[in-house]
Design a binder for this molecule. Structure first.
Ligand code: SF4
Length: 559
């Protein structure tokens, strides 16, 4: 039997699977197949971008597969540098070509949407495709009984257990080798899912996963060990709504009490089985946990800083600074609490680390279109961000999106503010980009900052775009046509709203194009022309003698 896993990509509030990320779904499905006796050589993986790049070649693979599992679903869609999530037309095409059984799963079970500000549409109308209503990995496991492929209509929907993903996570690690980006892939790691709050935010789909089901530390460490053996070097502990609450203890309050020793054991365990890992980052934390348990939270953040790699981001959902919106939608924190959470993450992590980025910075998420939103909400949110900027605190990323109303969430059918304030939303977003993001980015990575290990990913005209591997990596444009897929150090020379321009570091003075020489920090046109004219130089002394170059510039160049 030949099985094919098609990755249509996922983007959820607490799980990411868009290249270079590979989501746990893919690995668990591959593991569930192996757990039922399928040989790894008969399990194939194809991301949707690869299918698009050569439809004819991949049509054959789709036709020949006995079993196709498609993973998809963007509950918080974004814009991606070099990946486009699967669309409904493509789903239909695959279902028409396929001769084998086709199962569709992942967050798409909640509805389909490729952009914010719209209602999620149902996906139940696809011909020849069975849509899983619970966990696709459990469905796949149940379909593959006794070496045969059951008809999906005979299989019930269910959630997988923590014990099952302990097996599947390990057994499915091999699949990462089939990712086109391998070995430059980020493995999204799950610690738990489901929300530990007693009251849930009006827009959030995480409560659909039920009560938090924390994985034992040992299971996670063993999964990382298997991934590491397969060549994985980049990890993000991203599949949970609040890392501070991993293995937290429920004492009956609104939030469970954080458990620093569990986080210490988790991170120490990961480091011991993956000693040469290159990235260990995190994703969400809940600012309400910081507010309720500041001491425990601070202890955990210091533990993370001790074991992680630099350039980490703690994304926090504020959603709105408007007290009326906060109350009406059951949001987590009021602005003063959020401000203190930002202060704490800055206290722990704002110092610059060896990659050139600060060690650990907060990210902040806003959602618009929530109940009670008025035109005034935009001013209140802007003022909050301005206060953060003017206070000298750093934010790595400000994410502003419009709500997608999913059936079953309290906002469903009550998201009229999204449509009412479209114009105001766009104006406000632009204002934040210009007046908050840009000056913030100048502080986070000033001109002259050297960023290490930038992976070159895309050529666009005469610009090459790259990013450091990690959680919410900064987009870097290099004004040169460079070879894709290799790593390079760069010097920051300019800022966009949400990206920077940089030149290779150190710049090879004898060989660099004039237009790159001209962009060395602090150089000026006359000096760069002079350096260009007098080339070549046998060493730095000759360069200094011939050009009288300022010593400040020498740190960015090589001979
Ligand atoms: S705190 Fe709110 S946003 Fe976070 S997981 Fe729970 S419901 Fe979702």
């Amino acid at each position: 039997m030949k099985a094919l896993i098609i990755d249509g990509y996922v983007d959820e509030p607490a799980c990411f699977g868009v290249p270079p990320y590979i989501s746990p779904y893919i690995r668990y499905i591959a593991g569930a197949m192996r757990d039922r006796g399928l040989h790894a050589q008969h399990i194939f993986y194809l991301p949707i971008d690869k299918i698009r790049s050569n439809p004819k070649q991949h049509e054959k693979i789709i036709r020949e597969a006995d079993f196709i599992v498609i993973v998809a679903g963007m509950t918080v869609p974004g814009k991606y540098l070099r990946a486009i999530p699967i669309n409904l037309q493509e789903l239909q095409n695959i279902s028409c070509i396929a001769n084998g059984k086709v199962v569709l799963g992942g967050p798409i079970r909640l509805g389909f949407s490729l952009e914010g500000g719209k209602k999620a549409s149902s996906i139940s109308q696809l011909p020849n495709v069975h849509c899983c209503r619970a966990d696709v990995e459990a469905f796949v496991y149940d379909m593959l009984k006794d070496g045969k492929l059951e008809d999906p209509i005979n299989i019930g929907d269910r959630f997988r257990s923590v014990g099952e993903i302990a097996r599947w996570g390990k057994k499915g690690a091999f699949i990462i080798r089939q990712h086109p980006d391998y070995p430059n892939i980020m493995c999204e790691i799950e610690t738990y899912r489901g929300c530990g709050r007693k009251r849930h935010c009006s827009f959030c789909t995480e409560p659909f996963y039920g009560k938090p089901d924390h994985r034992p530390i040992e299971d996670i460490v063993l999964e990382v060990q298997e991934l590491y053996k397969e060549g994985a070097r980049y990890f993000r502990i991203g599949r949970q709504p609040d890392l501070l609450s991993y293995q937290a203890i429920d004492k009956g309050g609104e939030l469970p009490v954080p458990n620093p020793s569990a986080i210490e054991s988790l991170y120490r365990g990961i480091r011991s089985v993956a000693p040469q890992l290159k990235v260990l980052h995190m994703d969400n934390i809940n600012p309400a946990t910081i507010s309720a348990f500041p001491n425990e939270s601070e202890e955990i953040l210091y533990i993370i800083k001790k074991y992680h790699t630099c350039g980490d981001v703690a994304a926090m959902g504020m959603e709105s600074a408007d007290p009326e919106v906060i109350k009406r939608n059951g949001l987590k924190v009021f602005p003063d609490e959020m401000f203190r959470a930002i202060e704490l993450v800055n206290k722990v992590g704002a110092k610059r680390g060896i990659t050139g980025m600060p060690e650990l910075l907060p990210g902040i998420n806003f959602v618009h279109g929530l109940m009670g939103e008025t035109k005034e909400t935009f001013r209140i949110n802007y003022d909050f961000l301005l206060k953060v900027l003017n206070s000298g605190l750093l934010l790595r990323r400000i994410n502003i999106r419009q709500v997608i109303a999913f059936q079953g969430t309290p906002i469903y059918g009550k998201d009229e503010a999204t449509y009412k304030h479209k114009k105001e939303f766009l104006h406000y977003k632009e204002k934040v980009r210009k007046e908050i993001d840009l000056p913030m980015l100048r502080k986070v990575v000033p001109v002259g900052t050297i960023l290490r290990n930038v992976l070159l990913e895309v050529n666009e005209g005469s610009i090459t775009f790259g990013r450091q591997m990690g959680s919410y990596p900064l987009l870097i444009g290099i004004p040169a046509n460079l070879e894709i897929g290799r790593y390079m150090d760069v010097t920051v020379i300019d800022h966009g709203f949400r990206s920077v321009t940089a030149i290779p570091y150190p710049l090879d003075v004898n060989n660099a194009q004039l237009r790159l020489l001209q962009r060395l920090p602090g150089i000026g046109k006359t000096m760069s022309n002079r350096i260009f004219r007098e080339r070549p130089y046998k060493d730095m002394n000759e360069l200094i003698d011939k050009t009288s170059i300022e010593t400040d510039i020498l740190k960015y160049i090589k001979i």
